[in-house]
Design a protein around this ligand. Structure first.
Ligand code: UDP
Length: 362
């Protein structure tokens, strides 16, 4: 931390769709742990408010009971906001309200209506928001837009393409993501496999990666949270001959031990991927990426060097890119992760954002 910067007391509100460590929160879980570790190592004092059962390494978690929120990507664009009776999100916000004067800033990581709505109600301590997905709901667009208009700089996002899905991209502060490079080992000589990883849920388009594995004959390892079992069964029924292997949801250490041995990571988003933490985890292992040119991966992949961007929804495009993996440079992948996605770079961006938030509210 620069000498003129004071350590800050920061309160983070986690995703209320499930406990941290369960994988239900998707990439925002990894972003949170990485950010917390980096800020803590810089001397800041952090507490994370999260549903009961959450774990976050050595970071203190204040566990809050209550029912989880439905995930935003399973709701339609027009669906009204849903709150369970004893909502963990409401309980988390109530906790933050009570302790707010102990903190310099509160940062919300929940992609949910309530904390945005409550922004003006937090008068003692500024409440800012890290938005982890693109536009998915009319009601969310309205409430995030109101905060963006009324409170300059309070909206952080992962990427420019994510920001562009909202009606207020000019108000979004792009903060990116990072990997803890010390946890991912470089591998120069992969095995024959490719890998797909993420939540097994329709917006991730896994069926196209499976189809490409069947067409190309290149075996595919699949890692990730089985979020939608019926969807997964349909994939198995549709492609019974595909050379695939599902290894379950793995913690980071076990995940990277598999990923680094693979020839490429395949990403097949049907939605505008807000970032795609899996992309930078692969790069950290020296693994290039083949992705549909949609959302975050278009800002991450250096086409022809650290991956290939494929026309969205084109299985032929995936197969053709698979035949050109030899042109990519595994060393350059690791190097890109080191230069662009270090924890230090993430910590600098967030510290800069925090100091702007504090100087505006002073
Ligand atoms: N992941 C994991 N274990 C697995 C597969 C995936 O921990 O077996 C994590 C991965 O590290 C990444 C997250 O799942 O952090 C997926 O995040 P991403 O940003 O790619 O997509 P999101 O789920 O946010 O849409």
């Amino acid at each position: 931390m620069p000498e003129d910067r004071q350590p800050l007391k920061l309160l983070f509100l986690s995703t209320p769709v499930g406990p941290l460590g369960s994988g239900l929160g998707g990439g925002v879980e990894l972003t949170l742990i990485n950010l917390c570790q980096e800020l803590q190592s810089r001397g800041h004092h952090l507490a994370v408010v999260a549903p009961t059962g959450s774990t976050l390494g050595k970071i203190p978690v204040i566990e809050i009971a209550g029912e989880w929120q439905p995930t935003a990507h399973t709701q339609g664009r027009e669906t009204p906001i849903t709150m369970p009776g004893n909502a963990v999100l409401a309980n988390m916000c109530e906790y933050a309200r009570r302790v707010q004067s102990d903190y310099a800033l509160i940062i919300n990581f929940a992609y949910d209506w309530l904390p945005f709505y409550l922004t003006p109600f937090f008068q003692g301590t500024p409440l800012a928001h890290f938005v982890s997905m693109g536009s998915l709901s009319e009601a969310m667009d309205v409430i995030i837009g109101q905060v963006a208009e009324q409170f300059p700089r309070r909206i952080g996002v992962y990427t420019h393409t994510q920001a562009a899905t909202f009606p207020f991209p000019q108000h979004c502060r792009v903060l990116g993501s990072a990997v803890d490079l010390s946890l991912y080992d470089y591998c120069d000589e992969p095995g024959p496999w490719t890998v797909w990883m993420g939540r097994i849920s329709p917006e991730k388009g896994l069926e196209d990666a499976v189809a490409a594995a069947q067409l190309s004959g290149i075996p595919l390892k699949i890692l990730g949270k089985l979020e939608d079992a019926a969807y997964w069964q349909t994939i198995l029924d549709t492609y019974p001959e595909a050379p695939i292997e599902y290894l379950g949801f793995l913690p980071t250490q076990a995940l990277q031990a598999i990923v680094r041995q693979c020839r490429a990571l395949i990403m097949t988003p049907r939605w505008v991927e807000a970032f795609g933490n899996v992309a930078i985890e692969a790069l950290a292992c020296g693994v290039p990426i083949i992705s549909y040119a949609r959302g975050g991966p278009t800002e991450i992949i250096q086409a022809g060097k650290t991956g290939w961007l494929v026309q969205p929804d084109s299985i032929e495009g995936l197969v053709s890119a698979l035949s050109q993996l030899d042109k990519l440079d595994r060393r350059a992948c690791r190097q890109q992760a080191e230069t662009e996605y270090s924890l230090a770079a993430l910590g600098d961006r967030f510290e800069q954002w925090f100091s702007e938030l504090l100087s505006i509210s002073a």
